[in-house]
Design a protein around this ligand. Structure first.
Ligand SMILES: Cc1ncc(COP(=O)(O)O)c(C=O)c1O
Length: 396
């Protein structure tokens, strides 16, 4: 009998961490590896935010905060949601967590019973399917491809809904595809969901600010679905605060109270110093963060040009987030240097071992024909990584 619970035995290790750990081990063994595995901005936290954290320590913000977060932070989030997304949420509808990841699991724990279905447009962020499994739900995938920028249509969504459907969970901008849904596309999705008011839409908007000129729309801004939507966002990506662990959900009141209940028993309020710093972050004008977006956009354009020359890569120009998700079907079923490439994970491993470039295979994102590169790395690293991959694959 396994000492580990069935629940945990259903869970897989994050493929992102598998690949980044392997890249780290190779580096430690003296191999010059460029790792483009992790989705983490490589910028420093802006000074104003750091200062607010120092102030919070000096002002002794060292005790438990309210479970859903300091009122001032929830007010700042409420103001941000109004300013950037035209959304009206009272502080009582907001729950601050240890990252967007916790906000998502809070919502899933609050609404999913055993056997409930959660619709995941594929490709999806790796943790979604695993979180659904852990709460006893069943993921129902909607397939997409690079030809439609990996986006689902309202018709596909309609077909995927069954009497067991409890939630739709997606990210826009999307990790791993780098696509985002336009206002028209989201409206069509909202119209379908409005016919099913008992299904909760979990809209993960963590990459909201990393968008190269397009309009970010939150599905909650369509009044027909406001009452059935949980908006998820956080500080990690926009403010380069991945390690500070602050995320939040904004929900209808019944769901916000449920998240508060879950969190109150599991982890309590999030780190108080990081919460105070997040107030300063949210009060910054989004234009103050533009330098990061401009830099990401330059890198994206650079990688896109270089990727065009790589044999067997089919690639679209991602319009948001900081990932490329090329289709590498060309290599599936081939044997490269004695390695049989059955799926994208084999191919990612092949690139790590032969080109010494780390990326993540698409199997755990629900797209076994694609691989994900993060371009949150320096221009030099990106150029060198693409050169290595090109040289390696030109041999075949
Ligand atoms: C789509 C998506 N949602 C949520 C998260 C987690 O964010 P946080 O650091 O706030 O937990 C990530 C991190 O990679 C992500 O890519």
């Amino acid at each position: 009998m396994s000492k580990i619970s069935d629940r945990l035995n259903r869970l897989s290790y994050s493929q992102t961490f598998v690949m980044s750990n392997k890249a780290r081990d190779m580096k430690a063994a003296g191999i010059d590896v460029i790792s483009l595995t992790l989705g983490e901005p490589d910028f420093d936290v802006p000074q104003k935010i750091k200062q607010a954290a120092f102030d919070a320590i000096n002002e002794n913000y060292s005790h438990y905060s309210p479970v859903p977060g300091f009122l001032e932070l929830r007010q700042a989030i409420s103001a941000k949601l109004k300013r950037d997304n035209d959304l009206d949420y009272k502080p009582t509808q907001i729950c601050v967590s240890n990252g967007a990841k916790q906000s998502i699991i809070n919502v899933l724990l609050a609404i999913i019973n055993d056997g409930d279905e959660v619709i995941l447009p594929a490709p999806y962020w790796v943790s979604y399917d695993e979180m659904v499994k852990v709460v006893g739900g069943t993921s129902v995938f909607i397939e997409t491809s690079i030809d439609t920028e990996f986006k689902i249509t309202a018709e596909q969504l309609e077909k995927a809904i069954t009497p067991k459907t409890k939630a739709l969970l997606y990210s826009s901008p999307c990790n791993p595809s780098g696509s985002y849904y336009t206002r028209e596309e989201l409206e069509a999705i909202a119209n379908v969901m409005a016919k099913h008011p008992d299904i909760t839409i979990i809209s993960d908007e963590i990459y909201e600010f990393i968008n190269y000129g397009g309009e970010h729309v939150s599905i909650a801004s369509f009044p027909q679905v406001y009452e059935q939507t949980a908006v998820i966002n956080g500080m990690s990506k926009a403010f380069a605060m991945t390690g500070w662990r602050i995320g939040y959900s904004a929900c209808p009141t019944w769901l916000a109270s449920a998240c508060d209940k879950v969190q109150g028993q599991m982890t309590s309020g999030a780190n108080t110093v990081a919460q105070r710093a997040s107030i300063a972050a949210l009060q910054m004008d989004p234009s103050e963060l533009q330098y990061m977006i401009t830099e990401f956009e330059k890198r994206r354009d650079l990688v896109f040009e270089l990727m065009k020359d790589i044999k067997g890569f089919k690639c679209n120009l991602p319009k948001s987030a900081f990932y490329f998700f090329p289709d590498i079907s060309y290599y599936l079923g081939k044997t490269l240097n004695g390695t049989e490439i059955k799926n994208a994970d084999d191919f990612a491993m092949f690139l790590l071992e032969n080109a010494h470039v780390g990326c993540v295979g698409g199997v755990s994102f629900g797209s076994p024909e694609c691989i994900r590169f993060s371009y949150a790395a320096s221009e030099e690293e990106l150029k060198e990584a693409m050169r290595r991959i090109k040289d390696c694959l030109d041999q075949f």
